[in-house]
Design a protein around this ligand. Structure first.
Ligand code: GLY
Ligand code: MN
Ligand code: MN
Length: 493
């Protein structure tokens, strides 16, 4: 910022100079010099665009419940939950911002640099405050001279608008470091999102207590509320349309590469949602045996399989996680189908084991048993019994990964939950998880017949535990081999 833009009238001096100094520091003094006349000109002539009587976002009632539960868990303690900051890609170019899951879950907001603070109110309750950057200052030039000024990055909500939309009192985030510095009593912070908040709290928090907060916020998300379930359904439905888009354009992928599949799915994710929920795995031919194949730069060939593992993330940040393994030419070969059917059978067994009261591990065990039976039946494990194979875990050379995981705002949701509440836990209505068995025969695996090598199959669906069993949120996509073929034939025309 150039010196000319700093107002010199005494009554404005302190406040405006502080704001100007903050901007200057952020931009490392790189504002271009402008004339006094232009600086003066840019201050005025702008309409008042404040919006009034805004209705709360649909999620507001749910985020209030989530904050109430958090408040009850940590009485008398100040809780600090940051959204996170922009990350620089190069110079003045940033990566796309994605608010921290914890912050979005508790506020419904996704604003960079936002911080939710729950301040204890004497006895047991808390008062929530959302610290946000307000509308850009037009007097000191911030709105057009700062790289994060609204003229560059778009209009923000005013603090009053944010309060109405989110149902949480809002304050200027630039007041937060001072407020935290003055704070007394126990404080907990969700780490890993905002270095400046962590710096302000260094002397007030401990790693152990912060970890308890992170664990709580992971475990709170194990059971989804009605809003979250609707979002996950929305994510699955958009994802199904993305898979249809891919099938319709397979000829173009054959003419180019796996990139065409990645781009086609991404288009759907951006049209219907916020983003993809994780890097799409667009694995044709032998790439299907690489579990996290996200380079997506290989050839797409008729006669081979395409393993597509992709999910749309909704605008409120809930993601699907779906895999289909498709014959690129529309018809499974007999061997492809044999392997596909085995994985399908394993998935059916896994899905059947998802119900209230079941152990979390049950669906994995059920699917692994089916896969072990098939591998033994095919003679790939000598004359070992299925029981012995399972005891020694020998099937894992080809099954490779766990059969599923919790799903929600993060693709691998609730990852900080304790073993006793997650892996050793019991399923209950509202839990949502993936069931995704697979068989993968690496191209260089000399222990299997040559014709198996380079074949990888996974089928993955998103399963909600209900009162009386489960619901497959992604069942609008066919899974049985003959249904997959019929669906592809219809879409390819
Ligand atoms: N897409 C990653 C997974 O299936 O877990
Ligand atoms: Mn998954
Ligand atoms: Mn997946």
């Amino acid at each position: 910022m150039s010196e000319e833009l700093i107002p010199e009238t005494p009554e404005q001096e302190t406040e405006e100079n502080e704001a100007a100094e903050a901007i200057k520091q952020r931009k490392n003094g790189l504002y271009p010099a402008v004339s006094d006349e232009l600086a003066e000109n840019m201050k005025s002539g702008w309409a008042d665009t404040e919006l009034h009587d805004l209705q709360p976002i649909p999620q507001a009632e749910h985020t209030a419940n989530r904050r109430a539960a958090l408040s009850a868990r940590f009485p008398g303690e100040r809780l600090v939950i940051p959204a996170g900051n922009l990350r620089t890609r190069s110079n003045d170019t940033e990566y796309a911002f994605r608010a921290s899951t914890e912050y979005a879950y508790l506020t419904g907001d996704q604003t960079q640099d936002g911080v939710l603070v729950l301040e204890p109110t004497g006895g047991t309750g808390h008062e929530a405050t959302l610290y946000l950057l307000p509308r850009s200052n037009r007097e000191n030039g911030e709105f057009w001279l700062d790289g994060q000024g609204e003229l560059w990055v778009g209009r923000r909500n005013s603090l009053t608008e944010a309060e109405q939309l989110l149902g949480i009192p809002a304050k200027d985030v630039r007041e937060l470091p001072a407020a935290l510095a003055e704070a007394t009593g126990p404080v907990r912070n969700v780490r890993g999102h905002d270095a400046s908040i962590e710096a302000a709290l260094t002397d007030k928090v401990t790693a152990e207590r912060d970890e308890e907060l992170r664990v709580y916020l992971s475990e709170a998300r194990l059971v989804k509320d009605a809003f979250e379930i609707a979002e996950l359904q929305k994510a699955c439905d958009a994802t199904a349309r993305g898979f249809e888009d891919v099938v319709k354009s397979l000829d173009k992928a054959e003419a180019t590469s796996e990139r065409f599949i990645e781009g086609t799915f991404f288009l759907r994710a951006r049209i219907e949602g916020n983003d993809i929920g994780y890097g799409s795995i667009c694995a044709a031919g032998p790439h299907a045996t690489t579990l996290h194949w996200v380079r997506n730069d290989g050839a797409v060939r008729a006669g081979e399989l395409l393993l597509l593992d992709a999910g749309v993330e909704t605008n409120d940040l809930y993601t699907a996680d779906v895999t289909r393994t498709l014959p690129i030419n529309g018809t499974f070969s007999p061997l492809q189908r044999k392997i596909y059917d085995a994985v399908y059978e394993a998935q059916e067994a896994g899905i059947a084991a998802v119900k209230p009261g079941a152990a979390y591990r049950d669906f994995h065990d059920a699917a692994q048993r089916v896969l072990a039976e098939k591998l033994v039946e095919w003679g790939l494990l000598g004359d070992l019994s299925v029981e012995k194979v399972l005891e020694l875990g020998l099937q894992r050379r080809w099954t490779l990964h766990g059969t599923g995981h919790m799903l929600g705002m993060d693709v691998h949701d609730c990852a900080a939950a304790r073993t006793e509440t997650y892996v050793d836990g019991t399923l209950e209505p509202g839990v949502c998880l993936t069931v995704e068995p697979g068989l993968y025969f690496q191209a260089d695996d000399l222990t299997v017949p040559e014709e198996y090598r380079g074949i990888g199959v996974r089928i993955e669906d998103d399963i909600l535990v209900t009162e009386d069993g489960n619901r497959n949120l992604s069942d609008s996509l066919p899974r049985r081999a003959d249904e997959v073929e019929a669906w592809m034939a219809r879409l390819k025309g």
